[in-house]
Write a protein that binds this ligand. Structure first.
Ligand code: PXP
Length: 240
């Protein structure tokens, strides 16, 4: 897929973080979604965490009927979450690792350590008509393992790229490019995300076969100044 066709999934978790900081009814997540879509979001991503620190169960069920683009539900590969996903039936589910004490998703899912369990989870989600993606480090062994468990999509973790500078960042970019090419050759759809912002996004567009980027924190932060519609529109310009 060429540059200009990369889809933008807008992660709205941190709009919910503001609401949960005071347990207020605002900001209205339905309005957040409609504004993000008006700005050009190709999909809405939300992460229902085990500790419910931002997105709540009600958000997932309510937004299912309000999202006009597509819903990407991020979740841990637990029975509780699989049950919820099978009820909600989002278009996409992204399986991520989860630790209670982490500030945000740290590292990709350890596919090698739990191939049998993930095969079962993918099967159950697929039966519900959901396209499953797996959030992984740009590591060839993990990519091979995803292909083996027959998940159709990977999301490459761009956190290390985002958190480094200079030569280290260049090396990580190279790792991401190699991983994207390798995954594509195995027939996988390639998404990416985490830690991306208006400044560091440029080189990420060099990733071959990139289908979709999922971006949240930087867009919600920018929205404080320009509103969410404009913040999303500006990120769309960066992607094109
Ligand atoms: N993709 C995945 C799998 C994530 O877990 C997150 C964070 O929830 C994102 C993308 C978005 O990351 P950020 O908020 O840093 O843009």
């Amino acid at each position: 897929m060429g540059v200009g066709l990369i889809k933008l999934g807008v992660n709205i978790d941190h709009a919910a973080t503001i609401r949960q900081a005071r347990f207020t009814p605002y900001p209205d997540m339905v309005r957040i979604v409609s504004e993000a879509e008006a700005g050009g979001a190709d999909g809405i991503t939300l992460h229902l965490r085990e500790d419910r620190r931002h997105i709540q169960d009600d958000d997932v069920f309510t937004l299912r009927t309000k999202i006009k683009s597509k819903m990407n539900l991020e979740m841990a590969a637990t029975d509780e979450m699989v049950e919820i996903a099978c009820k909600v039936k989002p278009e996409d589910c992204c399986l991520v690792p989860e630790k209670r004490e982490e500030l945000t998703t740290e590292g990709g899912l350890d596919v090698l350590g739990q191939q049998a369990r993930l095969t079962d989870v993918c099967h159950r989600l697929k039966e519900a008509g959901i396209e499953v993606s797996i959030f992984i480090e740009p590591d060839l062994e993990h990519i091979t393992a995803v292909a083996e468990i027959a998940a159709p999509v990977i999301e490459l973790h761009t956190g290390t790229y985002a958190n480094t500078k200079g030569e280290e960042r260049d090396q990580e970019l190279h790792r991401l490019i190699t991983a994207a090419e390798y995954a594509h050759n195995l027939g996988l759809i390639v998404n990416a995300g985490h830690g991306l912002d208006y400044e560091n996004i440029g080189p990420i567009l060099l990733l071959p076969h990139l289908n979709e980027l999922n971006i949240g924190h930087s867009i919600i932060a920018r929205a404080l100044f320009v509103g969410i519609r404009q913040a999303v529109a500006e990120m769309k310009v960066c992607l094109s």
